[in-house]
Design a protein around this ligand. Sequence first.
Ligand SMILES: [Mg+2]
Length: 108
Amino acid sequence: MEPHIESNEMQKKVHEWISQFKEGYWEPHVMVSTLTEEVGEVARAINHIHGPKKQKEGENEVTLSDELADVLFVLICIANEHKISLSDAFEKNMRKKYGRDNDRFEKK
Ligand SMILES: [Mg+2]
């Protein structure tokens, strides 16, 4: 069965990419480990920009946008493997925010 990803271009693109390889999607625990690793790389990039951990001499420059895209890729893999539409999930999540969290923060 194809993942329920018809409405999301990014999910479709990732699925097309993964589907050309015999291995297919990684095992779920491998994807979660990779997601964690990539989130760590986002933290590292943020640290290079704002924190005390500056980039080492000669270290390849990796941009925050690259690292965020790495996280997004793995996140999409997990969603695809579980046949979750991220568009639907995101809309549902935002509706929750519009309701529950509407008065949570001071408005501009
Ligand atoms: Mg990365």
